[in-house]
Design a protein around this ligand. Structure first.
Ligand code: SAM
Ligand code: SF4
Ligand code: SF4
Length: 375
């Protein structure tokens, strides 16, 4: 097979330095972007490193021994991350998801979890604090993360068949160890657990029904399985539309074996469409990022490992908040919060709605990698 040569744009050089408004107003908590969308969720990437090489995310031929991951001095410290997270809560953020790369590779992550768990919304409520992981280190870390204040975890697992899964993670990691991680998370009190399966037509779509059957029957109904359409994130994964299996077909295939009925969403801006098993034994979700754009109520911001704010999973450019945190001018919280507010107010991103159009094609040429800003 011919070797694939994929240019990797280094987005780490591309961030703009945010302007600090001269008159920094106190955040109202009612921020709205140019399309009237509030700011509710913050995804924080705590490392750009991963011990897996899933071909749809960090293909081996790009993320190889020559790839330059961020040095430690460039990462936000836990204190810097928590400071920014607190400012985001003043603008309306109620939910924080830690991600990566593989977040459990970040040393002493439980310290950050503890700091974030102590944050409160302006109404005095704790945040909804969760984490997405490949589960390779979950058995070791679940109890300490729970004790630090983590509420739930989402685990990624693309197949039950060991050969298929080992091929997809491309580091020969076995399914059994992911299942042990899920078990440990349930035992630690992190349930209900969401399990995310990225579906690639021709690679793991034969696993849809076995995965559904397994998670219906095992773990006492404490796992909700969600099927994610394979997305064109970044520019390195060689994405092709014919490898996307539309969620409608996932639902149809499942419905033939386990009759399903549509369920109401539990929260506005929820990405997953919920389907319940007609026999009452649990539910599944489908995330149709490609075939059914949900930009209209997208209320998520993303903070990269070294403090760049991205307004869309498919953004080309970040906003360098770390530059403000480390500026010799020593900006105070009110100034940095005002800068964040101004960035969100200028947001017009809606990549999934534009996919396929001329504007979408232009945007597609230089998207940021998912392993860098997190899923
Ligand atoms: N390493 C962790 C993990 O895999 O759970 C967290 C980071 S990973 C980037 C977050 C989520 O993004 C995972 O559920 C992963 O399956 C998903 N993901 C990565 N690349 C994707 C793609 N091209 N299409 C759809 N989902 C993708
Ligand atoms: Fe790593 Fe997660 Fe990306 Fe797989 S999806 S390569 S586990 S960051
Ligand atoms: Fe949100 Fe961007 Fe995804 Fe649309 S494409 S739902 S704006 S992250």
């Amino acid at each position: 097979m011919a070797e694939r040569s994929i240019p990797l744009i280094d987005h780490r050089q591309l961030a703009a330095r945010p302007a600090v408004p001269v008159h920094a107003a106190q955040p109202s908590g009612l921020l709205s972007d140019r399309r009237g969308r509030a700011l509710h969720d913050l995804r924080i990437s705590v490392t750009d490193r991963c011990n897996f090489r899933c071909s749809y995310c960090m293909p081996k031929e790009v993320f190889d021994k020559d790839h330059r991951f961020l040095p430690h001095s460039e990462l936000l410290s836990f204190e810097e991350t928590t400071r920014l997270a607190r400012l985001f809560t003043l603008h309306g953020v109620r939910k924080i998801r830690l991600t990566g790369g593989e977040p459990l590779l970040r040393k002493n992550l439980e310290i950050l979890v503890g700091q974030l768990a102590s944050l409160r919304t302006p109404d005095g409520e704790p945040l909804d604090l969760t984490l997405t992981t490949n589960a390779s280190l979950l058995a070791r870390k679940a109890a300490v993360l729970k004790a630090a204040g983590l509420q739930r975890v989402t685990v990624s697992l693309d197949a039950l068949d060991d050969t298929v899964f080992r091929r997809m993670n491309d580091v020969d990691f076995p399914v059994a160890d992911v299942l042990t991680g899920i078990e440990a998370a349930i035992a630690a009190g992190l349930a209900p657990i969401k399990v995310n399966m990225v579906v690639k037509r021709g690679t793991n779509d034969q696993e849809i029904v076995p995965m559904a059957r397994f998670f219906r029957e095992q773990f006492g109904g404490q796992v909700v399985l969600r099927f994610i359409e394979y997305m064109d994130v970044g520019i390195t994964n060689g994405w092709r539309m014919d490898e996307v299996l539309p969620s409608a077909q996932v639902v149809q295939r499942l419905h033939e074996v386990f009759p399903l009925r549509a369920l109401e969403p539990t929260a506005p801006g929820e990405t997953a469409e919920r389907w319940g098993y007609a026999d009452g034994r649990g539910e599944i979700g489908v995330i149709s990022s490609v075939t059914h754009a949900f930009c209209g109520d997208c209320n998520r911001a993303r903070l990269s490992t070294e403090g760049k704010l991205y307004l869309c999973l498919f953004a080309q450019r970040g906003h360098d908040l770390r530059a403000l945190l480390r500026d010799p001018a020593a900006y105070d919280d009110r100034q940095i919060a005002a800068a964040i507010g101004q960035i969100w107010q200028g947001r017009d991103d809606r990549y999934s709605e534009l996919r396929g159009s001329a504007a979408g094609a232009e945007a597609a040429a230089a998207k940021v990698e998912m392993s860098y800003i997190g899923g």
